[in-house]
Design a protein around this ligand. Structure first.
Ligand code: F3S
Length: 289
């Protein structure tokens, strides 16, 4: 039997970089002795967060928590791939933390655009989900009025102030087609300003690849956390192409009984699934079937 692992299974570039940063800091602590914190969970995966906790990395959930820690305990603070508002970064430094910024460079690019364009007097439109940590962080780099547009309907209702110039950006994980639709509405309304496409295609690439793989194989295994919405989406896509699709969190959930006719098994994983879990599953299937 042949096992094929999707090329883009698991962590995207930005998440991998953020997780690597934490492990690097654990190494550095051997010489500098400073306690390590992440501002929010570095990733939505219990296994990884548990492992980091075991290695002495604590999660700080808010500025208030960072403020109440006694000064000698304020060590290295790692910013996750979603990024944070500019004022949060500055306040953490003021409090004496050494801030290590693991914001994904694609997200950082949006912060830079928003900071520059808002300083030039343009209002900012972020096409994305209100309340999403990345969107909230991006909003925090703007000095001018900032609007969040989640849908075509909201774009239709949007009214610009007289003479207002706009700069339109998007949340990195927003659906590109929906972003285009929103931009089109702004175009039709004849608003002044610029549009920067800041959608990251990591999610799209992963989904397209999973669809293509699931259509070729006899059995498909999708690995990811129970609460991971992008893993669930992957599962649904694969299930449409391949009847025998399994959704597991770790190897322990895999109770495969494969018919003799099975020749090809495909594996993919959500964006917050660590490599070691993917490898474990892959090796198990290779050895046992
Ligand atoms: Fe990942 Fe960065 Fe794109 S965190 S989804 S590579 S914007």
């Amino acid at each position: 039997m042949e096992v094929i692992l999707a090329e883009h299974a698991g962590f995207c570039f930005g998440v991998q970089r953020a997780v690597d940063t934490v492990y690097e800091q654990i190494e550095n602590r051997k010489s500098n002795g400073r306690p390590i914190y992440t501002f929010g969970s570095i990733i939505h995966n219990e296994e990884v967060v548990k492992d980091l906790r075991k290695r002495g990395v604590a999660v700080i959930s808010s500025l208030e928590e960072a403020e109440v820690l006694p000064e000698p305990e304020r060590g290295t603070m790692i910013i996750r791939s979603h990024g944070v508002e500019k004022c949060v970064c500055e306040r953490l430094k003021e409090l004496g933390y050494e801030v290590i910024d693991a914001t994904c460079p694609f997200v950082k690019r949006i912060h830079d655009i928003v900071e520059r364009e808002s300083a030039a007097g343009r209002s900012i439109v972020i096409v994305g989900d209100e309340g999403h940590p990345e969107v909230e962080a991006t909003r925090g780099w703007s000095q001018s009025p900032t609007y969040i547009i989640e849908s075509v309907e909201e774009a239709e209702k949007f009214v610009c102030r007289e003479g207002e110039e706009l700069c339109i950006v998007s949340q990195t994980t927003f659906n590109y087609k929906k972003f285009q639709d929103v931009v089109e509405i702004f175009d039709k309304k004849g608003y002044n300003g610029s549009v920067v496409n800041t959608v990251c295609n990591a999610t799209e690439v992963r989904q397209a690849e999973a669809r293509e793989l699931a259509a070729r194989v006899d059995v498909m295994i999708v690995i990811g956390g129970n609460h991971s919405s992008n893993t669930r989406k992957l599962y649904e896509i694969c299930r449409q192409e391949c009847q025998m699709t399994y959704y597991i969190q770790t190897l322990e959930d895999l109770h495969l009984q494969l018919p003799k006719s099975v020749r090809l098994v495909g594996i993919t994983a959500g964006a917050s699934t660590p490599n070691n879990i993917i490898e474990e599953v892959q090796n198990y299937v290779r050895i046992n079937f």
